[in-house]
Design a protein around this ligand. Structure first.
Ligand SMILES: *Cc1c(COP(=O)(O)O)cnc(C)c1O
Length: 397
């Protein structure tokens, strides 16, 4: 990761197809487009590769989440359970739906702790939203049992885990709906783009219509289409879809490189007894975009972070004080700083959040270091990096 590292001839060719006919929109203009339907083709590729009945492209991963919540019927008065460690898009999309985000602890998988999820379920809970952070998956079997027992939906945020699997099934296809991001820094990129996937055909029809102003998409005259309900415009452009189409066909190439690079680094770190690794519920299904490990204490992990920069190791994060990914620094969210009024339901539902503590998440996140696995490294660079990481860690022990 990220896919942009290997942007090249295949991507240019797909974009040129679009530039040559000038049809930048995914719908209509059949005569002008010389048979090029990049968005439609990318959706079909995703369906085939992920073995899922329906894929719907959107403008981003964030808007894919917006659409997913809308088609699951999430709105005012509902609660959605999300993890403390994620990307800000999780709460943005829940608030966008008019629902209340309920934050719960993560565990050693760096994703939702099923026990904490079960404890947080109320009569208002409509969706449990695990986020498969840093390329690896949540405990999906356990979460599914809880969702089934309480009759709530499972929505997988697989934005960081495209091409990961769990027990042989693609991440994103195990819950009722799954979301992907193809922004510039994700495993495969459209520049900007996203997708939601689902097997239910009614949900898919709603996703198709909702992303295009609620158009019914019946017949060949857009102007004559009716609106069964209100929607928005979340349409991806053909230019963005064209980049994604080239990238999606390179999935195996990217994942193979990541797995090979990650194995070299992980095997090197295994030699250090103080290092433990993030638990991956299905190791085989890891998309290998990151190597995430724990030090025994937060103090030691801070020292490793310093040592990494001294030893010239780049592209690693400790998320404890991270503005984007961890609850501690989401002041704008906790204060509900908004350009427009927020409903009383949300205000009441979130009033305790500022005081809430997440000791279990703090423990795992403060001890964690996650290292990006790049596609562009040579084998020699990976081995050098492995040696430097080991030296740096040993220097602080
Ligand atoms: C990137 C990301 C998103 C949002 O995707 P965009 O395409 O950038 O809007 C959502 N969730 C997670 C976990 C992400 O990493």
């Amino acid at each position: 990761m990220p896919g942009f590292e290997l942007f090249g001839a295949a991507e240019k060719k797909e974009v040129n197809d679009v530039l040559e006919n000038g049809v930048l929109m995914r719908y209509g203009f059949d005569g002008m487009r010389n048979g090029h339907w990049k968005a439609k083709e990318l959706e079909q590729e995703l369906e085939k590769r992920l073995d899922v009945k329906h894929a719907q492209l959107t403008t981003s991963g964030t808007t894919a989440l917006n659409v997913a919540l809308a088609i699951l019927g999430v709105g005012a008065g509902d609660e959605v359970i999300m993890p403390t460690f994620t990307f800000v898009a999780s709460f943005e999309s829940i608030l966008n739906a008019g629902a209340t985000p309920i934050l719960v602890e993560i565990n050693d998988t760096l994703t939702l702790d099923p026990k904490a999820v079960e404890a947080a379920i109320t009569t208002k809970t409509k969706v449990v939203m695990p986020v498969h952070m840093c390329g690896s998956m949540a405990d999906l079997d356990a979460l599914k049992v809880i969702c089934n027992k309480h009759n709530v939906y499972l929505l997988e945020d697989a934005c960081q885990a495209y091409a990961g699997t769990y027990k042989g099934k693609a991440l994103g296809t195990i819950g009722n709906v799954g979301c992907f991001s193809f922004d510039y820094v994700k495993t495969i990129t459209c520049g900007e783009g996203g997708a939601l996937v689902m097997n239910d055909s009614t949900l898919a029809k709603h996703a198709d219509q909702y992303t295009d102003h609620g158009h019914d998409h019946i017949g060949n005259d857009r102007g004559a289409e009716t609106h069964p309900y209100m929607g928005y415009n979340y349409r991806i452009s053909e230019l963005n879809a064209a980049v994604g189409l080239a990238q999606v066909r390179r999935t195996e190439e990217f994942i193979d490189i990541q797995k090979k690079n990650k194995k070299i680094l992980k095997d090197a770190l295994r030699t250090i007894p103080e290092v433990s690794f993030r638990r991956i519920p299905d190791e085989e299904g890891d998309s290998a975009t990151f190597l995430s490990f724990f030090m025994p204490t937060a103090e030691l992990s801070n020292k490793v972070v310093k040592a990494f920069s001294e030893y010239g190791v780049d592209a690693y994060w400790n998320y404890f004080d991270n503005n984007w990914h961890y609850v501690r620094k989401w002041e704008h969210f906790k204060d509900l700083r908004s350009l427009f009024p927020i409903s009383d339901h949300i205000k009441n539902g979130m009033q305790n959040l500022k005081k809430l503590e997440f000791p279990q998440s703090d423990d795992f996140i403060s001890r964690n270091i996650s290292c990006l696995i790049k596609l562009s490294w040579t084998e020699e660079e990976v081995h050098n990096r492995a040696n430097k990481m080991v030296e740096a860690i040993k220097s602080v022990l």
